[in-house]
Design a protein around this ligand. Structure first.
Ligand code: RNT
Ligand code: ZN
Length: 422
């Protein structure tokens, strides 16, 4: 167990060390409180959902690998897992729900029939915890998505079905935002695309544009609902074309004043989402991030505290855009303890924002403006070895959550007492 005195004295040293760079760690920790991460419910059960008892992720170019025991099989288990996860995380979170996670009471409620009533239990749950919620249409894992097209389908029946689903999802999201008193984001991602070279990209994109116009036609108060759209480069089975590409959605978002979601697994591996933020924010009021870790492809590995996440967080902070950038997670790894994966990934994202907030911004900008590039580089390097861990530990400590490695034992205990008994 981590010793209280140790945490406090290490923090004191860290505080003095950062002060040498003009950074006040107490103020930074105050700011970090406002960095709210939206927890992606689908990490609890590998994107299965509760439409049918044995639902599994199907279609849509996303994949979960692994069969680690203990996955949530009911909404009660999911809530129990989320409670555990939140008890191990400092700061506040939100819950990001997919439409397949409704309370359908054992009946098959098709996607064009869902309504607020199926999510009222979740809204009440969030109300009780005092947290916000976000929501997503589920346009995959469904027979009507099997041929690879949903909102951009040339089959009018299929297209209409998904338009209806998406409209209902916006209605549900707006109601969540209304009841919870904090705007809920509805994020739309569709799998549409082709494995081999298409010859009619134009029409599919024109159809998608038309579908989005229909879906967004109904206006809701901004304090209840924020609309977001998510692009992708390629998926399994959609290697040659994804209809909803970056250019497509960026254009749509600018023209129609929606949020744009950037998932850092959805670009060429050498592209940096961190670099895109300052461009997008010139034209778009608000963004959503899907923080993930792609390994060679959009593999959705558990987020770690790596350079990619650091650049993303730093660019948000440097652009003074914490209020304009909403942070969600998007990974699902079924090969290790899912609760542990949740905690590691969320903590890594939080750490990235802490690291970014601890940057001596004034000093670095001064160097840059004077052309002192050695000094800029050297300072950035020195910051990597400051007593960052002591500040992070202290943040956990004042939030009454496990410090340092202590969450590992908690996860192990939960596995033994709860997960392995499922
Ligand atoms: C898929 C997208 C999308 C999904 C979730 C489950 O590539 O990233 O956001 O992962 O909606
Ligand atoms: Zn995503």
């Amino acid at each position: 167990m981590t010793d209280k005195d140790f945490v406090e004295s290490a923090y004191k040293l860290a505080k003095d060390q950062y002060a040498q760079f003009g950074v006040n760690t107490d103020e930074v920790l105050e700011k970090l409180k406002d960095v709210v991460i939206s927890l992606h419910c689908w990490q609890t059960d590998d994107v299965g959902g509760f439409e049918t008892p044995d639902a599994e992720l199907g279609g849509g170019g996303i994949q979960v690998t692994g069969n680690y025991p203990g996955k949530a099989g009911t909404i009660q288990q999911m809530r129990q897992d989320l409670d555990k996860v939140m008890s191990l995380l400092p700061g506040k979170q939100r819950l990001n729900l997919h439409a397949i996670y409704g309370e359908f009471g054992g009946k098959l409620v098709d996607r064009d029939e869902i309504d607020v009533e199926h999510f009222q239990g979740w809204i009440d749950w969030a109300k009780e915890k005092g947290i916000g919620m976000d929501f997503n249409a589920t346009c995959f894992s469904h027979p009507k998505a099997d041929d690879g097209f949903t909102l951009s389908s040339k089959d009018e029946n299929i297209r209409k079905f998904w338009v209806k689903h998406s409209k209902l999802c916006r209605k549900i999201t707006a109601e969540m935002g209304r009841q919870l008193g904090t705007a809920s984001i509805h994020n739309l991602w569709i799998p549409d695309g082709m494995k081999d070279t298409p010859v009619d990209r134009y029409t599919h994109r024109a159809i998608l544009k038309k579908s989005l116009d229909e879906i967004l036609a109904e206006k809701y108060p901004k304090e209840h609902l924020k609309d977001s759209i998510e692009c992708k480069l390629f998926g399994i089975g959609s290697e040659s074309m994804v209809v909803g590409s970056h250019e497509f959605y960026m254009g749509y978002a600018i023209k129609n004043n929606t949020l744009l979601c950037l998932d850092n697994g959805h670009f060429h591996p050498t592209e940096q989402v961190g670099d895109k933020i300052s461009s997008i924010l010139q034209y778009i009021d608000e963004m959503l991030l899907h923080v993930t870790r792609g390994v060679r492809w959009d593999s959705d590995h558990v987020v770690t505290f790596n350079d990619e996440i650091l650049l993303i967080a730093s660019e948000v902070v440097r652009a003074n855009a914490l209020k304009r950038v909403n942070i969600g997670l998007d990974y699902f790894d079924a090969s290790l303890n899912r609760i542990g994966a949740y905690v590691v990934g969320t903590r890594a994202a939080q750490q990235a924002f802490l690291f970014a907030l601890l940057e001596p911004a004034k000093m670095l900008k001064g160097y840059e403006e004077k052309g002192k590039f050695f000094e800029r580089l050297a300072t950035l390097e020195v910051m990597k070895t400051r007593l960052f861990g002591a500040v992070w530990d202290y943040y956990c400590y004042i939030n009454n959550v496990p410090v340092g490695q202590d969450f590992i034992a908690e996860v192990q205990m939960y596995e033994k007492d709860v997960l392995l008994k499922r």
